[in-house]
Write a protein that binds this ligand. Structure first.
Ligand code: ADP
Ligand code: MG
Length: 339
């Protein structure tokens, strides 16, 4: 047996990066969430080769102060919480302080950022966790990240990436979901120099649904605004006529964050049960606003899952909201006053 020793920082970062950064889409998720947390109302995501060779993300948010730039890349460095209790009412998408250190551990990163208060911006290069340079540079307010050559120093992980086209598809799905959960932000997505999505940031969720899913779906929606004081549900569900062959069209977001939840999915599907044929799944875009005290958001490194304090209550609220919307709609159709 070898002697027991603590791993060096760079090895720790590389290993830890695996939990947060699985593929280019994970980088896009983390960086776009950071842009939203920074108060940006316009975010551009540009990729080359499915994000494998380049991801560029530009925002018009707060920017990062020059002297804080290197600190932002330390592991567990965050401006969003100070102590564990803060997790109870965290309103930002990020809080673990792991994204930038993880991305920098397995990619070549260039950051250009400027706050409104400073006259000049900074350009910072970091590769494989190693700082390369920090210099003053003219820049607009906000932040641009250029992330090149994902997993260039972890070939075993690079092998698991799919084709550029498939990776681009994952990124596209990710940007679409974030756009659906933040109608107040204008998103632009460009892949290999072609604009694939451009939302206006005009707060109209229906416009975004139209952009992403097209006319047929946008014309067959039922609006939902329901729930209780501590669990609000807003968004749209599809009429049964636009039911789909798989679950990919069940979108739901909790406090602005895309998540997976068996409870929400089951409540939605049960509510549709008598309205839909077997093996058909509903179209939904539902934004939940839930009191932080009823949630644990910190159960998954990518924050894809969360825990509800009251599972049964949650199920009931979602089921009733969807069921009421569907039944009400059906009644209107039957008496012939709806369209
Ligand atoms: P977290 O988002 O969990 O705080 P990150 O590693 O994603 O951790 O980011 C570290 C810190 O860097 C953030 O807390 C924030 O202060 C800063 N930061 C990252 N991205 C941006 C951005 N686009 N604009 C402004 N600040 C940013
Ligand atoms: Mg973050």
């Amino acid at each position: 047996m070898r002697e027991i020793a603590v791993l060096d920082e760079q090895t720790i970062d590389k290993i830890a990066a695996g939990e947060v950064i699985e593929r280019p889409a994970s980088i896009v998720k983390e960086l776009v969430e950071n842009a939203i947390d920074a108060g940006a109302n316009a975010v551009t995501v540009e990729i080359k080769d499915g994000g494998i060779s380049l991801i560029r993300i530009t925002d018009n948010g707060s920017g990062i102060e020059a002297k804080q730039v290197p600190v932002a890349f330390w592991r567990h460095a965050t401006s969003k919480i100070r102590k564990a209790d803060d997790l109870l009412d965290v309103t930002s998408l990020g809080f673990r302080g792991e994204a930038l250190s993880s991305i920098a551990a397995v990619c070549q990163v260039e950051l250009i950022t400027k706050t409104a208060d400073s006259l000049t911006g900074v350009r910072y290069l970091i590769e494989g966790g190693k700082e390369k340079s920090l210099e003053e540079i003219g820049a607009p307010d906000g932040t641009t990240f250029l992330v090149r050559n994902i997993f260039y120093n972890t070939p075993a992980r690079k092998k698991f990436l799919k084709t550029a086209q498939t990776e681009a598809g994952y990124i596209s799905d990710m940007v679409e979901r974030i756009a659906l959960s933040h109608p107040e932000v204008s998103f632009k997505f460009i892949a290999n120099n072609q604009t694939k999505l451009h939302t206006s940031g005009n707060h109209q969720l229906k416009d975004i649904i139209y952009h992403i899913y097209g006319r047929d779906i946008a014309a067959n929606l039922i609006e939902i605004s329901a729930g209780t004081d501590s669990v609000r549900i807003n968004g749209f569900i599809g009429k049964p006529v636009i039911s789909r062959g798989n679950r990919n069209y069940e979108n739901y977001f909790v406090n602005g964050r895309y998540i997976r939840s068996n409870i929400i999915a089951k409540a939605i599907e049960d509510a549709y049960h008598t309205f839909m044929m077997k093996h058909k799944y509903p179209f939904t875009v539902l934004n939940f606003t839930i009191d932080g005290k009823l949630l644990d958001v910190n159960v998954h490194p990518a924050k894809l899952e969360l825990r509800f304090a009251e599972n049964e209550e949650m199920y009931r609220i979602v089921y009733e909201a969807v069921r009421n919307a569907l039944t009400h709609r059906e009644m209107i159709v039957q008496v012939g006053i709806g369209k």
